[in-house]
Design a protein around this ligand. Structure first.
Ligand code: OSB
Ligand code: MG
Length: 368
């Protein structure tokens, strides 16, 4: 395979709801779309996960643009690539910038699968034909509003509810939810809002039968997470702490978590996801696919990842219509009875809708 040119598009899409976490709020999603063309004019598509502001990791849309334009795309263009696994090797001289790398590597994976005429899920070793999905609900103004949103999503069939918590908006809210929904599969994501000083409060969560608590402590608190996990029975799931295979190895050896939230952008691409997947499978650490409020292309990639066998728990890959009035792919991602069918068409299995993409595009550049 040879990539002849790559088009980078910067899109701005308004979300249907305001998404609030312990870091802050967002309602407009700005992101990069990558279209990599081969010599026959066939296109592979990838999506950058970075946001406009570096609150989740250090990357932003602008740093991704800089990396892609000045280093990553020039390194792969016109090179002979036999398999997408080679991309992460080619990009190794450039440190980190995982979301930018995953964006272009994802486009190469889609193109590779299309050239072979197989679904992306199959190209990466996925085995499932249907995946279970949950929903990640942001912090709401009142506990009653939160209950309403939960009920609405349960009615739509979502298989587990994730709520966002922070100090002062945690125990009482979860108690309120449990009073109304005693048996719903429920978890809480703190996005690093706590420290070990809060251990007594975190211990109180044990009475609510949560599936897990996601990222209670800071991203680099791998050791403190291990200390916390020894003190609480609720399983810890790591999100912001996991950037690589090495991080996962460390977390497993130290006992920092029992579950991992996988995001392809955070770990730098599908090849790294596969390595982590196999390591976690060996150590019986279940995975699930996290979300970055993706547009349809990133969403399609997440669906393919979720078809890998050790993605055991429902992911955050909700349907297109939850986020967007109109998504950028055809057909849109549809959730039925809490599941999404893994497409059996070649590549990501959804067609990027160029007309709609154009409407959301604020900047476009082609590199040759
Ligand atoms: O912590 O998992 C997170 C969204 C943006 C950044 C971080 C996170 C999230 C979500 C939403 O929880 C998941 C989604 O619906 O895409
Ligand atoms: Mg999270």
């Amino acid at each position: 395979m040879r990539i002849k040119d790559v088009t980078i598009r910067l899109l701005k899409m308004k979300m249907k709801f305001n998404f609030t976490t312990s870091y802050g709020s967002m309602q407009e999603k700005e992101f990069l779309l990558l279209e990599a063309k081969n010599e026959d004019g066939l296109s592979g598509w990838g999506e950058g996960d970075a946001f406009s502001v570096p609150w989740y990791t250090e990357e932003t849309v602008k740093t991704s643009m800089h990396m892609l334009e000045d280093f990553l795309i020039p390194a792969i263009i016109n090179k002979d690539i036999n398999h997408p696994d080679e991309v992460s090797e080619i990009l190794k001289p450039f440190k980190r910038n995982h979301m930018a790398k995953a964006g272009i590597e994802g486009a190469v994976w889609d193109l590779f699968s299309k050239e072979k005429g197989i679904p992306l899920s199959q190209a990466i070793g996925g085995t499932k034909t249907k995946i279970d999905v949950g929903v990640s609900i942001g912090i709401q103004k009142t506990a009653d509003e939160l209950l309403q949103v939960i009920e609405q999503h349960l009615n739509e069939g979502y298989k587990r509810i994730k709520i966002k918590i922070k100090p002062g908006q945690d125990i009482e809210i979860i108690r309120h939810i449990r009073k109304h929904f005693p048996h719903v599969p429920l978890m809480a994501d703190a996005n690093s809002a706590y420290s070990l000083k809060d251990i007594d409060r975190l211990k109180e969560l044990d009475e609510f039968d949560l599936m897990m608590i996601e990222q209670p402590l800071a991203a680099d608190d791998i050791i403190d997470h291990a200390k916390l996990q020894r003190e609480i029975s609720t399983p810890i799931c790591l999100d912001e702490s996991i950037h690589s295979y090495g991080d996962v190895k460390m977390a497993i050896e130290l006992g920092s978590c029992k579950i991992i939230n996988m995001k392809v952008g955070r770990v730098g691409g599908i090849t790294e996801v596969k390595r982590i997947h196999d390591l976690c499978e060996k150590h019986q650490i279940p995975l699930w696919c996290g979300g970055m409020l993706e547009g349809g292309v990133g969403r399609a990639h997440n669906i393919a990842l979720s078809s890998l066998p050790n993605f055991i728990l429902p992911g955050d890959t909700s349907g297109s219509s939850r986020y967007w009035n109109k998504d950028i792919i055809e057909p849109e991602v549809i959730v039925r009875n809490g599941s999404i069918l893994v497409p059996d068409r070649p590549g990501i299995g959804y067609e990027p809708d160029l007309q709609t993409i154009k409407q959301y595009t604020v900047l476009e550049k082609t590199l040759k």
